[in-house]
Design a protein around this ligand. Structure first.
Ligand SMILES: *[C@@H]1O[C@H](CO)[C@@H](O)[C@H](O)[C@H]1NC(C)=O
Ligand SMILES: *[C@@H]1O[C@H](CO)[C@@H](O)[C@H](O)[C@H]1NC(C)=O
Ligand SMILES: *[C@@H]1O[C@H](CO)[C@@H](O)[C@H](O)[C@H]1NC(C)=O
Ligand SMILES: *[C@@H]1O[C@H](CO)[C@@H](O)[C@H](O)[C@H]1NC(C)=O
Length: 459
C-alpha cells in the first residue's frame, strides 16, 4: 500500500487550514485610500535619533542581502545495490556528525535512526544526548511502508548538507523499525518534496533554503548514474550528484524543459501527456498525475495502463507469486518506453526497463508494475529511478515545476564506471539559515504518509 487514506485527510486538513488563513483581499484598482499627514509629536533630537536608527537598520537590511551570500553546493551520491537506491550524506547536531540517507523526492520528512533503536541494524545512529543543540519536541512520529514501519519522536537540531546549514531543522529520531528496514550504511531518509505532504508538518530542509533565498537559483538538480546492467557492479558505486541552487551545464545538453506542477505543490508531480511503448501510444484516460520520485526504484502506474504497456511486448505475461503486480517478458526484447509531460518526449533505455533476470529462465521482470492507489489528489503514476537515470532532473521551487534535460556525453560516460564511492564529509558551511517558526499542526496522528521510497526499495 503506497498511498494511505490518512494522507488524504492530511491534505484536506491542510487545505481547510489554508482557507482560515487566507489573507483578506487587497484594495482593488480604482479604490482610493485617503492619506493623512501625521503631526509631529517628537522633538528634533528624538527625530534625529529615529532617522539615524532607520538609516542604520536600512543599511543593515540591504547589506544583509548581499552579506547573506547566496550560494550553491553539491553532494556526491552513492548508488546502492545496482540502482536500488540513491544515498546522500548530511550532518546533524553540535558537534556535527554525518549520516547517509536515502534521497527521496517522493516524501517530505527527514528521519534518522536514533541510538536507542535496537532494530535499526548496524548503520550509524543519532544520539540526541551527544548534541548540545538538540531540542526534543516530544511529538510522536510514525511512518508506514508496504513492508515495514518506523516510529519515534520529533526534534530539531542543526542540519548541514552540501555546504548549507539550517539551524532549527525539524526531523524525526526513529527508535523502532521493523527488521531490516535500514540497509547499512543508510541511517535514514531525507524527504525532498514539499512541506504540504510532510507527515511531521516540518518544513523540509531544501524548502527552508529555497524560500530563504540561500540558493543562487531557487532549484535543485539531480544526475543519477546507472549500474543496473553492469554485472561487475559492487554493492556501492558512485551514484551521481545532488546539486543545490544551480544546474551543472557539464552534465546535460540542450534546453531544460520545465513543466509546472499542477495545483498546490506537495509531491513533485507533473501531468503526463503521453506514454509510448514500442512505438505504440498507451491510453492514459484521466489518470495522468505522476510523481517524480528518486526514492522509488521502479515505475508504478494504473494496472490497465501497465497491462497496455506489456501488451506491446510479445511473450510478456503477468508475473505470479512474489512478483505479483509485475510482469515477465523475454529478456532478449529491447523495450523502448518514452514519457511526455507536455513538452518533449523523454525515452528510457531498455537497460532500465529490465528490472531483473529470473533465475534459470530466459525471462526478465520489467520495471513497470501496477497499482491502483492513485486518485483523491494522490498521483496515479510514480516515476522512479528507472526513468530518472535517463535524464538530468531539475526540481524548481519558483515557479514550482520539474525540468528535464538530456544527459551530456560527460554524464553518460559515468554510467557503469567503477570509481571511488563518496564518503560523507561535513565540509565548510557557506550559507546558514534559520527556518521560520511554524505552527505544529500536530499532524503526527496522520503520519501514515506513504513514502514510496522504501516500498519499492525494499521489494
Ligand atoms: C526631546 O525629548 C526628550 C525625551 O522626551 C527630552 O529628553 C529632550 O530634552 C527633548 N529635547 C528638546 C530639545 O526638547
Ligand atoms: C524525547 O521525547 C520523547 C517523547 O516524550 C521521549 O520518548 C524521548 O526519550 C525523548 N528523547 C530525549 C533524548 O530526551
Ligand atoms: C547499459 O545500458 C546502457 C543504456 O542502454 C548502454 O549504453 C550500456 O552499454 C549498457 N552497459 C552494459 C555493460 O551492457
Ligand atoms: C559539473 O560537472 C562536472 C562533470 O562531472 C564536474 O567536473 C564539475 O566539478 C561540476 N561542477 C559543479 C560546480 O558541480
Amino acid at each position: 500500500m503506497l498511498w494511505s487514506a490518512s494522507l488524504v485527510s492530511l491534505v484536506l486538513l491542510l487545505s481547510s487550514l489554508e482557507v482560515f488563513g487566507a489573507p483578506s483581499p487587497s484594495p482593488g484598482a480604482g479604490q482610493s485610500i485617503s492619506l493623512s499627514r501625521r503631526t509631529r509629536s517628537r522633538n528634533a533630537t528624538e527625530l534625529a535619533q529615529l532617522a539615524q536608527k532607520q538609516r542604520l537598520t536600512l543599511a543593515a537590511k540591504y547589506n544583509a542581502q548581499s552579506r547573506q551570500k547566496r550560494s550553491t553546493g553539491y553532494n556526491l551520491l552513492i548508488d546502492q545495490d545496482s540502482d536500488s537506491g540513491y544515498i546522500g550524506s548530511l550532518a546533524i547536531g553540535t558537534p556535527a556528525v554525518s549520516y547517509e540517507v536515502l534521497l527521496d523526492t517522493g516524501s517530505s520528512d527527514l528521519w534518522v535512526a536514533g541510538s536507542s533503536c535496537a532494530a535499526c541494524g548496524s548503520s550509524p545512529s543519532f544520539n540526541p544526548v551527544s548534541s548540545t543543540s538538540f531540542q526534543n519536541l516530544s511529538t510522536p512520529f510514525a511512518i508506514q511502508y508496504g513492508s515495514g514501519e518506523a516510529e519515534g519522536y520529533l526534534g530539531q537540531d542543526v542540519v548541514q548538507m552540501a555546504g548549507f546549514s539550517v539551524s532549527n531543522q525539524g526531523f524525526a529520531v526513529v527508535d523502532a523499525t521493523s527488521q531490516d528496514l535500514l540497509q547499512s550504511p543508510v541511517s535514514g531518509l531525507l524527504g525532498l518534496a514539499w512541506q504540504a505532504i510532510a507527515s511531521s508538518g516540518k518544513t523540509p530542509f531544501w524548502q527552508t533554503l529555497a524560500s530563504s533565498n540561500a540558493w543562487d537559483s531557487p532549484l535543485m538538480s539531480i544526475q543519477l548514474r546507472r549500474y543496473g546492467n553492469d554485472t561487475s557492479a559492487q554493492t556501492e558505486e558512485p551514484g551521481g550528484t545532488l546539486m543545490m541552487g544551480y544546474v551543472n551545464s557539464s552534465l546535460y545538453t540542450g534546453d531544460i524543459d520545465y513543466q509546472d506542477i499542477p495545483g498546490t505543490p506537495g509531491f513533485w508531480s507533473l501531468t503526463l501527456s503521453s506514454i509510448t511503448a514500442q512505438g505504440t501510444s498507451v491510453s492514459l484516460g484521466d489518470t495522468t498525475l505522476a510523481a517524480i520520485d528518486t526514492g522509488t526504484t521502479n515505475i508504478a502506474g494504473p494496472t490497465s495502463s501497465i497491462e497496455a504497456i506489456y501488451a506491446t511486448i510479445p511473450g510478456s505475461q503477468p508475473a505470479t507469486g512474489e512478483w505479483e503486480g509485475y510482469y515477465s517478458y523475454p529478456c532478449d526484447t529491447d523495450v523502448s518506453v518514452s514519457f511526455s509531460f507536455g513538452g518533449p518526449s523523454w525515452s528510457m533505455s531498455s537497460a532500465d526497463f529490465e528490472f531483473t533476470r529470473l533465475e534459470n529462465s530466459a525471462d526478465c521482470i520489467g520495471a513497470f508494475f501496477g497499482t491502483d492507489t492513485g486518485g483523491n489528489g494522490n498521483p496515479y503514476w510514480i516515476i522512479g529511478d528507472a526513468f530518472l537515470k535517463n535524464v538530468y532532473s531539475v526540481f524548481r521551487y519558483n515557479p514550482a515545476s520539474v525540468g528535464f534535460a538530456a544527459l551530456s556525453e560527460t554524464a553518460l560516460s559515468m554510467n557503469g564506471v567503477d570509481g571511488t564511492v563518496p564518503t560523507p564529509t561535513i565540509g565548510a558551511v557557506t550559507a546558514a539559515v534559520t527556518g521560520a517558526a511554524l505552527p505544529n499542526y500536530a499532524l503526527s496522528k496522520f503520519a501514515l504518509i506513504g513514502s514510496t521510497a522504501l516500498v519499492a526499495f525494499l521489494l
